[in-house]
Design a protein around this ligand. Structure first.
Ligand SMILES: Nc1ncnc2c1ncn2[C@@H]1O[C@H](COP(=O)(O)OP(=O)(O)OP(=O)(O)O)[C@@H](O)[C@H]1O
Ligand SMILES: [Mg+2]
Length: 227
């Protein structure tokens, strides 16, 4: 129906499902082949992610060799990871779009917006202090829920949070890091929370990103030890 946004990593389209499929609006996120270059430069992400899988030496070798096959593997891993993260988190009750389908080049998910416009990014909005407090609490609830599912967003900012009908929806999840296996997880968590605190701080929310990150982290580790 219309193109929402073309970035360097993906283009997102607003589409309408066939009547037989309910006729609702869907977002098609089609990735550009440039992703792997960006992904490869961020060992931070690759590290935690690789350990989510049983290592496959042939795939590891191909990825290291950076040939065509290796690039294809990295690309489909990137797309598959975003789909898997959406699936797990949506199922857990997080405020992320419901994923419907994926293929090697992209993902179909619920569209956040309506037929005339997409949901605005949080960054362009100006919440009142009371709205800011409520949205901040919603963001923190989601960060805690992600962590309970062993995940840290890794690129959380007001650019990757949409605001639709008074509700935040968090998007853009291919680079999530694994909280248990990635040594940088706590600092990534703190950076995500800092971005959230900084945005809402402009609208009257007072919070310490470091305290919030350490508090969430210690609860996560305690829950892990008792599991
Ligand atoms: N499910 C959705 N419903 C409505 N709009 C969406 C949806 N998913 C993404 N968008 C829109 O498309 C834009 C790009 O999506 P996303 O952030 O996932 O991709 P990206 O490649 O990381 O882009 P960027 O580099 O700009 O962050 C978002 O900023 C948002 O405006
Ligand atoms: Mg984005």
């Amino acid at each position: 129906m219309y193109r929402v946004k073309s970035g360097k990593e993906a283009t997102v389209y607003c589409c309408r499902a066939l009547p037989a499929m309910g006729g609702g609006l869907l977002a098609a996120k089609i990735y550009s082949l440039q992703i792997p270059a960006h992904y490869r430069t961020r060992n931070l992400y690759a590290d935690g992610r690789r350990r989510m899988y049983r290592p496959d030496p042939r795939a590891e070798r191909a990825i290291k060799a950076k040939g065509r096959f290796g690039r294809q593997l990295v690309f489909s891993d990137w797309v598959g990871q975003e789909y898997a993260n959406l699936k797990v988190l949506h199922h857990a009750g997080a405020d992320v779009p419901r994923p419907l389908h994926h293929c090697s080049g992209g993902i179909l998910m619920d569209y956040i917006g309506d037929a005339t416009r997409p949901a605005p990014m949080l960054v362009g909005t100006e919440p009142t202090p009371a709205e800011a407090r409520r949205l901040f609490d919603q963001a923190m609830r989601n960060i805690a829920l992600f962590l309970a599912k062993d995940r840290v967003h890794g690129d959380l900012s007001p650019y990757n949070m949409l605001l639709w009908r008074d509700r935040l929806v968090i998007i853009d999840l291919p680079q999530m890091v694994h909280a248990r296996w990635n040594d940088e997880a706590l600092s990534v968590l703190r950076r995500d929370i800092e971005n959230v605190v900084k945005f809402f701080g402009r609208y009257g929310v007072k919070a310490s990103a470091t305290d919030l990150a350490l508090d969430l982290w210690s609860r996560y580790r305690r829950a892990e030890l008792t599991a």
